[in-house]
Write a protein that binds this ligand. Sequence first.
Ligand SMILES: [Zn+2]
Length: 464
Amino acid sequence: MLGIHLYNTLTRKKEEFKPINEGFVGIYCCGPTVYDYAHIGNMRTFIFEDILRRVFLYNGYKVKHVMNITDVGHLVSDADEGEDKLMKALRREGKKPTVKAMMELAERYTNAFFDHSKKLNMMKPDVIPKATEHVQDMVDLTKRIEENGYTYKTSVGLIYNTAKFKNYTKLGRLKLKAQRAGARAKVDEERRNPSDFALWITNQPKHVMQWDSPWGRGFPGWHIECSAMSMKYLGEQFDIHCGGIDHIAVHHTNEIAQSEGATGKKWVNCWLHGEFLVLKKDKMSKSKGTFVKTSDIVERGFDPLAYRYLCLTAHYRSKLVFSWENMEKAQQSYNSLKNRVSLARDEKGKSNEGLRKRFEKEFLDGINNDMNMPRALAVLWGALKSELSGPEKIELVERFDSVLGLNLLKEEKLPKGAAELIEKREDARKRQDWDKADKLREKLKEIGVVVEDTPKGTKWKKTG
Ligand SMILES: [Zn+2]
């Protein structure tokens, strides 16, 4: 397969990616709302976006990756109800609602987010705009939407009239009549359509962060933030917009209505959405109190990259079930993979260019086929188990890991012969040949390697 193919939510089809500017891709990802730690379900989405960026780099593209930080305006309900999530968080932490406290809270959770992202080996986006630093851009964009006749005022603020935007239901394939009786029916009575939403929110005297605007003192809605910041850094038309599938029906639908309402032209060519991480039958969610953070994974003794490995075992458009048992399996596989890589370092063997090229092609076919990472992982395993020479294997690991991001070559180098002994010992353990396993443990000790069997697989350490 030639070229990158991606499943576009807008057309519900897998399409060959065609950049607006040759050799360049602009990617916008909805970033975290920094009122709490991100849970690993959120992180799964960011990992898929990180992989997307790496796939483009692998294909020789120049990438501009923009991810915003929402530090104001994201209300408790996505449909403009309730209070600002950051205001609620201040109360949760028993802090007085002041501008200083709000900024301190946002900074703390922003730092935690990037600390977790780093643990998961995500590349930092090229541009990370904060909502509070782009309010003027949001006001300017809202003015254009107003000039084009898409708005009306209520006591809540300036509202977007969704009935005026003819493609409103396109991205989500929404049936608005059905929705009226559903989740979004509880809107204030001044609203003309249940799907209408606020661009600018006024009359909330308790809200700490407020700015002057043509519509009165207030603050921007969450949706306008992404429209304004993405266009500021990627232009009025750009290639790819990503997020979790929970953003399709409201947030991304509203972003399109705003952006295209302002410019009158098509905004984003390709929309990509990552599926949920699920806990048995539930979606991982903060409101249900069922969330696990990256730091929880670390505290339980797992390598955060084993979680990244777990994410790579499922396609980004499939649900992935999280359990500690699955986490243990992922850790074991990740350990074995790293051990295989160590083993390859000591291997000689004859080079086989034809075979190496075949693995390279299969890997590229996998990642370019709508980011089929389970396939890509299988190709890597296949290459490591193949007859390729050690140096060829390491060369492939280096190339493939630029997409996988599993730090497979970063591991401390084992003494000569140790990886082979570890693998033999693993085999013996699998056959429940404990005598042999113990003998191999002694041999490893002699060459300065201590192995330890844990529920998360065999770990090793150099003694000297
Ligand atoms: Zn967004």
